[in-house]
Ligand binder design. Structure first.
Ligand code: CAA
Length: 258
């Protein structure tokens, strides 16, 4: 892929930044933009120096959903052949922690993108919702599934069927978001949290994320077995030796991700 048109991405102090950059259309996610996001995520995921990834929007929104103009004339066969949601699936395959910093609208695909991240930092002016019902469709990139798992069937159905916008405080109340902060400090707070994670042993973060994701989907016994294997696996890392040695020597650990 050539130079990205709809996002900006850069790396600083172990944090990979992705900024959605289509502000005039409230960062409406067209297919190329989703490909660019996935490419940047994949690149950061493979880059040894990137320890955590932060996604944010430019202008007055995080993202107001999939690009309605682009899909207005789609047919089922075109959608099947495009297989565009395979791109979305790759977002949840990212192994490193991904933080979404959400201000303004996070609607439809924008909400799905945020829910695909591991942590959501939201400004008090953030508005979440699935307005697809008002367009005669429904979420297609995991929205019904993720919202139901996050807030339970009863409340998820209400938001999905009304298509109304949820205030950030409500999203916080239902545990959909990690932190609710004033708009003016959103990006600083999200970055501060990213910087904190960037100091942690990357292999631990990786396997914690992997294990928690497993716990969401399987029964308790299987999840515990899975946890145990990942716990054992970390004892083959240099960072386990460094972390425990540093504790005994009463000094800060220097984790190198190996
Ligand atoms: N797709 C394409 N263009 C969009 C868009 C979208 N999802 N959301 C906003 N825009 C465009 C608007 O058309 C407008 O463009 P113009 O200036 O060229 O007219 C520009 O962004 C600014 O938007 P508004 O003037 O509408 O701004 P507003 O503040 O009055 O309203 C809003 C903001 C409530 C978010 C409104 O824009 C809106 O309802 N947007 C659509 C939200 C939506 O339905 N999202 C779901 C999409 S479907 C989906 O995401 C499917 C899936 O699961 C993958």
């Amino acid at each position: 892929m050539g130079k990205p048109e709809f996002i900006k991405s850069w790396q600083q102090n172990g944090i990979g930044f992705i900024e959605l950059n289509r502000p005039k259309l409230l960062n409406a996610l067209n297919r190329q933009m989703v490909s660019e996001i996935v490419s940047a995520l994949t690149e950061f995921d493979r880059d040894h120096d990137t320890r955590v990834i932060l996604i944010k929007g430019s202008g007055r929104a995080f993202a107001a959903g999939a690009d309605i103009d682009e899909m207005a004339h789609d047919t089922p066969i075109k959608l099947e052949l495009l297989n565009q949601f395979a791109e979305w699936d790759r977002i949840s395959q990212i192994k490193k922690p991904v933080i979404a910093a959400v201000h303004g609208f996070a609607l439809g695909g924008g909400f799905e993108l945020a829910l695909s991240c591991d942590f959501i930092f939201a400004a008090e002016n953030a508005r979440f919702g699935f307005p697809e019902v008002n367009l005669g469709v429904m979420p297609g990139a995991g929205g019904t599934v993720r919202l139901t798992k996050a807030m339970g069937r009863t409340k998820a159905l209400e938001w999905l069927c009304t298509g109304e916008q949820m205030e950030a405080s409500v999203a916080f109340h239902y545990g959909l978001i990690t932190r609710l902060v004033p708009e003016e400090v959103l990006f600083n707070e999200a970055e501060r949290f990213a910087a904190k994670l960037a100091q942690k042993p990357p292999l631990s973060l990786r396997l914690i994320k992997d294990t928690v994701n497993k716990a969401v989907d399987v029964n308790v016994y299987e999840a515990m077995q899975y946890e145990r294997k990942n716990f054992y696996l970390l004892f083959s890392s240099e960072d386990q030796k460094e972390g425990m040695k540093a504790f005994v020597e009463k000094r800060p650990a220097n984790f190198r991700g190996q």
